[in-house]
Structure formats: structure tokens, C-alpha cells
Design a protein around this ligand. Structure first.
Ligand code: AMP
Length: 194
């Protein structure tokens, strides 16, 4: 299996090639076609397996096909348990999308909200966020969820362990019902699935 058989466009393949990836990892081979087809996905995946590219690459492909972005809207939301993971996922998205005209950023707590709000004014194709800061920004009307197309829960088990369950439910209540849901977790206990 090579990346070129997976149905990704040339600008994405070029970015992967620039990074020196030659062969997709098992989670990438399995997840990319499912996500491209628009289906929901729940996957067990540890860090280090290439799970970030497994969801980011097909999301970029799908978002790139039909780009429409309005002010303060986000098209994809990636929720992460920690600021460190948010920063890392956003850095990967920037690499994978560098030959595309799609925007991305990370928002997380512990820093001033103002620069984050400024960048949201034009809308963002892929927003990576920790749950608390995301709810703050939503309460301040810095962003709206009405045009959200894709939700990703990254390291869902860690988010539950860290006590973010109620916040995640509050966020999900605000999202449009017609959306694609992707969940990645190192373990799949009942706490994570409910
Ligand atoms: P992740 O599991 O998403 O944290 O990725 C772990 C590391 O593997 C990251 O440094 C990625 O840049 C790298 N990586 C992801 N996919 C591939 C691949 N197909 N070939 C080589 N390295 C990869």
C-alpha cells in the first residue's frame, strides 16, 4: 500500500512526501478510506501510531473539495485533552496542509483570549481546542458551531480521565446533528463510549 492509492489529492501527497513518509501506517491504511467516505469512526490508537495523519489527511481532502467559510465559523473541531497535544496536532495540520488553501489554529487555556478571537473573525477550517477554552470562546460569541461538519475527539479516554466529560457533552449539544464524528482513544471503556 502506498499513499497514492488512498485517494488523496496531489498537494496532500506532496506534503507527505516533503516529510519523508513513504508507507502509510496500519491505522492510516484503515482509517483514511472510511473517513474519506464520510462515515463515522471509532478507533483505538496509541500515540506514535500515526493516528494524527490518519484523521487529518482525509479531513483535508474532504474540506478542500468544497471550500466555503464564513466569519467566526469552524468547519472541523478537534478536541484534545491538553494544550501540548493541541499544539502538536495543530503543527501537524499546518505541515499536512501547507500546499492547500485551508486555515487551522489551536486554542487552549492559560493564555490571553484576544489573539485567538482575532484569528477566529474570518472563520477557521480546522480548529484544535481544549474543551474549557473552547466553551469560553463560544460563550463570548467568538465562534459559532452552526456550520461545523466534522468533530474529532482525540485521546478521548484521557479527556474522560481528566474530568472533561461534562464539558464535552456541553460542546456536543451545541453542534449540528448532521456531522461526521471521529473518535480516537487508547482504550475503549464504557466511560468513553457513553
Ligand atoms: P502520531 O501517532 O500521530 O503522534 O504520530 C507519530 C509520529 O509518526 C509523528 O512524528 C508523525 O510525523 C510520524 N508519522 C505519521 N505517519 C507516518 C508515516 N506514514 N510514515 C512515517 N512517519 C509517520
Amino acid at each position: 500500500m502506498s499513499f497514492s492509492n488512498l485517494g488523496l489529492c496531489d498537494p496532500i501527497l506532496q506534503a507527505i512526501d516533503d516529510l519523508g513518509y513513504t508507507v502509510p501506517t496500519p491505522i492510516q491504511t484503515q482509517a483514511i478510506p472510511v473517513i474519506l467516505s464520510g462515515k463515522d469512526l471509532i478507533a483505538t490508537a496509541q500515540t506514535g501510531t500515526g493516528k494524527t495523519a490518519a484523521f487529518v489527511l482525509p479531513i483535508l481532502e474532504n474540506l478542500n473539495k468544497d471550500r466555503k467559510l464564513r466569519g467566526k465559523r469552524i468547519r472541523t473541531l478537534v478536541l484534545t485533552p491538553t494544550r501540548e497535544l493541541a499544539v502538536q496536532v495543530a503543527a501537524n495540520i499546518a505541515e499536512y496542509s501547507k500546499h492547500l488553501n485551508l486555515s487551522s489554529m489551536a486554542v487552549y487555556g492559560g493564555i490571553d483570549t484576544e489573539p485567538q478571537k482575532q484569528r477566529l473573525i474570518e472563520g477557521i477550517d480546522i480548529l484544535v481546542a481544549t474543551p474549557g477554552r473552547l466553551l469560553d470562546l463560544a460563550h463570548q460569541r467568538a465562534l459559532y458551531f452552526d456550520e461545523l461538519e466534522i468533530l474529532v475527539l482525540d485521546e478521548a479516554d484521557r479527556m474522560v480521565d481528566m474530568g472533561f466529560g461534562a464539558e464535552i457533552n456541553k460542546i456536543i449539544e451545541r453542534l449540528p446533528e448532521a456531522r461526521q464524528n471521529l473518535m480516537f482513544s487508547a482504550t475503549l471503556s464504557d466511560d468513553v463510549l457513553t
